[in-house]
Design a protein around this ligand. Structure first.
Ligand code: ADP
Ligand code: MG
Length: 631
């Protein structure tokens, strides 16, 4: 029942400007939709919300006779006296939003309640009723506000550019979605889908839709009680720290708020974990009794106060610290201790990609190579371009090369001239057909070096194979060949995996399903942004199919341009890299031999898809020279 508040109550509610910008309109409308019991809410804006705002919900709707009342100032169905203010669980309570919006925009409302067969369409411009008619419409409410501030040009001048206003709206809808994982939100800006959450109730899935895989893989869940508060949600590991406070999100009873004491407790708790001027990532909710908080400091601003601030500070600080300290124990396990590593991986809901180790390994190779003064093979780098690597890879390689240059320029303590492996050596290898079926029986596998390289003697040369680079190349060529020849080899996952994609990834997948299928993926929509992954490319088997798929689609969908074959190949090479045996891993001679046999079959076995050599060689003469046997 919608009633008009009594004057006393009106006075006690701090009045204030409700509508400052498009974002405020959307905040009020979406909060009304949430209060109406909606499970799905769509927000659509054009020009940052300046020209067009539409909020559609599947909530309870408004009875026809109540519609004109709803637009009256201080008309609300949620609060009757000022005492209700403190125990209020719903979001809106001032009863002034609809009247304020109608006063400064051209508003159109369509709504229907479930017990009626028809709904009502009601138009009100600048506070004056324009039309009211019965219409057929679904249960729920659609609210359209056009040309906001059209009748108050002075206020319109304070608006920023449409893209800035749009970004405020985006942030707002993200915050609301994060605080309501059980409601499905969709945000459309200028006709483009910007956000979609499934409403499956899982906060982590909402975080995924908004922030993507990287953050999601580094979350720690929090669930603590104290100081009259039940604190739940996720905080990120310190490695996710950001340059601003924009990622410190918290809610009090599902309301996105700012309260100094909580911000301080969060930042203090992270203090020794993150660098100075770095801020943490959190999405946490403080559930508390309404009488523990003062929510009415300013109706238009999202500020509130806990009545027991010192206790709330201590509780929050300790709760976050405990979670961080517990989690800090994990990285001490090295990836080599397989049993421990696997055990830990099982406890993680999303498996981590191996990049950190890979990066470390590559850095070690750079260091080792430079110590041994083996120059980067420029020929091989040039050849790399045939794979059309992305500028990112290009950059990566350049950095690596620079490091090589720098390291090589370090003055030598010894005055011994270093033997150089010339760029042509690898081409020679090809000529001499180290990797040929004729030569193969004459290879003498000496053994593994630094758990990463394999030493092979053949005729008057020592060949050194990088097990990771070699395996990566094998995987890559297999993938490419199958793709080119339209041969599909799938490996079924038992049971299938369910993956949640971001709106962008989901859109990308829908548009490029064929591409994924041609690689061997079998993917079915599960509704919303959830997909069932029932098969992965057979060549990638052994690697974590789900993590690899998420990474693959994640990187592909980040491309701003349309996906070209070059980009695709570059990403494919990353997948091959992820699926390949790592360096710093003990493998058996049988496996090494099998790898050499596989290399034999490749078109270009001598460098990996990133352009690094798979095999280098030193001649007996060079070694003799180094020992000064010959000069
Ligand atoms: P308040 O939300 O503070 O009560 P509003 O001006 O925002 O005041 O809304 C006035 C009333 O209109 C609400 O109390 C509610 O009864 C009704 N109302 C507004 N939007 C909706 C909606 N989307 N679905 C159902 N009822 C609504
Ligand atoms: Mg309201």
């Amino acid at each position: 029942m919608i009633k008009v508040l009594d004057q006393n109550t009106i006075d006690k509610i701090a009045a204030g400007e409700v509508i400052e910008r498009p974002k405020s309109v959307i905040k009020e409308l979406v909060e009304n939709s949430i209060d109406s019991g909606a499970t799905a809410i769509t927000v659509e804006i054009k020009d940052g919300g300046m020209s067009f705002i539409r909020v559609t919900d599947n909530g309870c709707g408004i009875e026809k006779a109540q519609v004109p009342v709803a637009f009256l100032r201080h008309a609300t169905s949620k609060l009757v006296t000022v005492n209700d203010l403190l125990s209020l669980q719903s979001l809106g309570f001032r009863g002034e939003a609809l009247s304020s919006i109608a006063a400064i925009a051209q508003v159109e409302l369509m709504t229907r309640v479930k017990d009626e067969l028809t709904g009502i369409r009601y138009e009100i411009h600048g506070g004056s009723e324009i039309s009211s008619s019965e219409i057929g419409c679904p249960i729920g409410t659609t609210f359209i506000a056009r040309n906001i501030f059209y009748n108050t040009p002075a206020r319109k001048k304070f608006m920023k550019t449409p893209s800035t206003e749009g970004s405020y709206v985006y942030d707002l809808v993200c915050h609301i979605a994060l605080s309501h994982p059980d409601i499905s939100f969709k945000l459309v800006m200028n006709g483009n889908d910007k956000l979609f959450t499934s409403g499956n109730g899982k906060l982590k899935d909402v975080i995924y839709s908004i922030y993507g895989k990287d953050i999601c893989e580094n979350l720690l869940s929090i669930d603590k009680n104290g100081a009259g508060i039940h604190l739940t949600g996720y905080i990120a590991k310190p490695c996710v720290s950001r340059g601003n406070r924009g990622f410190e999100d918290y809610f009090v009873n599902g309301r996105y708020v700012k309260t100094g004491i909580v911000t301080k407790a969060i930042e203090d708790a992270y203090r020794t974990f993150v660098m100075v001027h770095k801020y943490p990532f959190t999405v946490i909710n403080f559930q508390t009794e309404p009488d523990m908080i003062d929510v009415n400091i300013h109706p238009a601003k999202m500020e509130m106060k806990f009545l027991n601030e010192p206790e709330v500070y201590d509780f929050t600080y300790n709760a976050i610290r405990e979670v961080l300290l517990e989690s800090e124990l994990i990285p001490q396990v090295t990836p080599n201790k397989n049993t421990d590593f696997e055990r830990i991986m099982k406890h993680r809901s999303l498996p981590a990609a191996p990049e950190p180790f890979e990066a470390k390994r590559r850095q070690e190779i750079i260091n080792r190579e430079s110590q041994a003064h083996i120059p980067e093979n420029k020929n091989m780098v040039a050849e790399d371009n045939t794979y059309g690597l992305s500028p990112k890879h290009e950059q990566l390689r350049n950095v690596t090369q620079q490091k090589h240059e720098q390291l090589r320029n370090v003055p030598q303590s010894e005055n011994v001239s270093q033997p150089k492996i010339e760029a042509s050596k690898q081409m020679d290898m090809f000529k001499e057909r180290f990797l040929s079926s004729e030569a193969r029986p004459k290879h003498r596998l000496i053994g593994q070096l630094f758990k990463t390289y394999w030493l092979i003697e053949y005729e008057d040369k020592l060949f050194i194979m990088d097990q990771h680079a070699a395996h990566e190349k094998v995987k890559f060529e297999e993938l490419m060949n199958n793709f080119r020849n339209k041969q599909i080899y799938s490996q079924y996952l038992m049971p299938p995996e369910v993956v949640t994609l971001s709106a962008r990834e989901s859109d990308f997948l829908t548009r490029h399903m064929e591409l994924f299928e041609s690689l061997g993926y079998q993917i079915e929509s599960f509704g919303g942004n959830e997909y069932k992954l029932s098969a992965v490319p057979a060549n990638l088997f052994g690697a974590d199919g789900r993590a690899l798929f998420l990474e693959f689609i994640g990187s592909l969908s980040e491309e701003n341009t349309d996906i070209t074959i070059d980009i695709f190949i570059a990403r494919l090479s990353t997948m091959a890299c992820k699926a390949a045996i790592k360096g710093n891993t003990e493998i058996t001679a049988v496996e090494a031999n099998a790898l050499i046999d596989q290399l034999l079959k490749l078109e270009n076995p001598y460098n990996c898809p990133h352009g690094r050599p798979t095999i280098i060689s030193m001649t007996e003469t060079e070694i003799d020279k180094k020992f000064k046997r010959i000069v």
